[in-house]
Design a protein around this ligand. Sequence first.
Ligand SMILES: Cc1cc2nc3c(=O)[nH]c(=O)nc-3n(C[C@H](O)[C@H](O)[C@H](O)COP(=O)(O)OP(=O)(O)OC[C@H]3O[C@@H](n4cnc5c(N)ncnc54)[C@H](O)[C@@H]3O)c2cc1C
Ligand SMILES: NC(=O)c1ccc[n+]([C@@H]2O[C@H](COP(=O)([O-])OP(=O)(O)OC[C@H]3O[C@@H](n4cnc5c(N)ncnc54)[C@H](O)[C@@H]3O)[C@@H](O)[C@H]2O)c1
Length: 475
Amino acid sequence: MTNGATDGAVQEQQVDLVVIGLGPGGEALATACAQAGLEVVAVDKHLVGGECPYYGCIPTKMMVRASDSLAEAGRADELAGDVQVVASWSPVAERIATEATDHWDDQVAVDRLADAGATVVHGTGRLDGVKRVVVTAPDGTETTYATRRGVVLNPGTRPAAPPVSGLEGTPYWTNRDAVQATSVPGSLVVLGGGPIGCELAQVFARFGAQVTVVQHGDRLLAGDEPEASALIAEVFAHEGLRVLTGTSLTEVAHADGTFALTLDDGQVLHADQLLVAAGRTPNLDGIGLETVGLDPSARSIEVDDRMRATGAGQGPVEGLWVVGDVTGKGAYTHVSMYQSAVARRDVLGEDGPAAAYHAVPHATFTDPEIAAVGMTEQQARDAGLSVRTGSTKLQESSRGFTHGPGAQGLVKVVEDAERGVLVGATAAGPGGGEILGFLAVAVHAEVPVETLRSMIYAYPTFHRAIETALADLDA
Ligand SMILES: Cc1cc2nc3c(=O)[nH]c(=O)nc-3n(C[C@H](O)[C@H](O)[C@H](O)COP(=O)(O)OP(=O)(O)OC[C@H]3O[C@@H](n4cnc5c(N)ncnc54)[C@H](O)[C@@H]3O)c2cc1C
Ligand SMILES: NC(=O)c1ccc[n+]([C@@H]2O[C@H](COP(=O)([O-])OP(=O)(O)OC[C@H]3O[C@@H](n4cnc5c(N)ncnc54)[C@H](O)[C@@H]3O)[C@@H](O)[C@H]2O)c1
């Protein structure tokens, strides 16, 4: 690192690369570029690793694993005899605090990145013109970095706070509070029926909370196929969760440890806790986009297939790569990591495949898991494709029949009939995310449907239902 001109408290340093935001993609890219010999400054204002390991995927999947074990124990009655389980949140809270997050301490991640050769800085980064960054340390000191190769942005998102009267100032939860819970509320209202709302609603309900989900759209998991939404609604109803769709929260009050939540139809809900899971706000405010000619009010940054930032209708901004949720290509850890590898190759001048998004997979870890890849039927129709669909219920397969309780699920395939390839698919059920692996290959590699139909599917597996769904394309 070479020091340039210094000006009072403001220092200027020359380095090869600055990474602003160390979510999964930024952390991986900073590590790889440092290992490749670049002088890398890796900046995060909070925890190295980002939302996924501390407040997102990892702690929530530990919660899901625990609540699934309770559900399985409940199913034993029907399958294997009496099982007595007294649910306790303590092992869940303990596992998250000690095994997942190290009590929300990132020292291990900081050391790992430093060992790779990067300089790790805890501070807030912002662009300061092309290939330049200013970092403000927690004590207010500012350092300017002039980079030789450029800057990578991976700032991610934070929980959105919907503009509901009275909400601000109440002790409501977001995902960040929910994963730090040390006990289960007696009653919980979940605002938002997306992946976060659905996963956490089911977890807390299975641990004994009385849960109501308030969703202003007309169905849960609105990004998935309607059949998957209907399945989740049916399971939630069966498990005693209340789901209110087509409803908005208009007013929040909190007194004596209780929330009073007024809905647009005048109904008032009372609950011990409110979890707001109503979408995400990109951390793009104040990051200096205007200093490189980009729109500072944008909700996402346009990127080309090498992850180089492009303004609307303009070419790439020199020396600026963007990865993760703020690219708007799918707010998932695997997308952030995938983009990180594409950007790393471009930064290092290596060859490799360009980014492509026709087969982005996702899995929502409710029970049953709702997993999908590529387009929904509606998206394929909107794209003007000649669409054929096939579907089957998992519980009607041999494996579903033997599995018994907890076997609800479905496989749905969406074919571009003109090309004879799948452009989308859904796998919902036990291990839905695992069944999806097969379908993700089919959509990614555009395997002809006739080839998929000529395969042998192991009996009696859940994934064998794919063969039935493919046969249904002709129906
Ligand atoms: C509850 C929950 C569950 C989830 N479950 C899953 C799941 O099961 N599977 C899945 O694939 N995805 C899941 N996700 C989504 C996943 O967490 C994100 O897609 C993933 O973290 C990738 O985000 P990212 O790389 O854009 O950055 P993030 O993880 O959001 O990290 C961004 C980092 O940038 C830092 N930062 C922001 N601005 C600045 C700045 N100006 N200067 C310095 N640092 C800055 C932040 O402190 C943060 O550390 C879940 C999310 C949530 C909230
Ligand atoms: N398993 C996974 O892969 C996983 C799990 C959790 C989150 N994630 C990622 O994180 C992202 C964010 O998740 P999310 O669930 O917060 O967001 P989301 O945007 O997917 O869903 C939020 C839901 O809240 C509803 N909503 C918004 N404002 C509302 C209001 N005022 N009243 C009632 N309902 C309202 C919306 O209609 C929407 O259905 C997801 O899109 C996903 O990419 C992934």
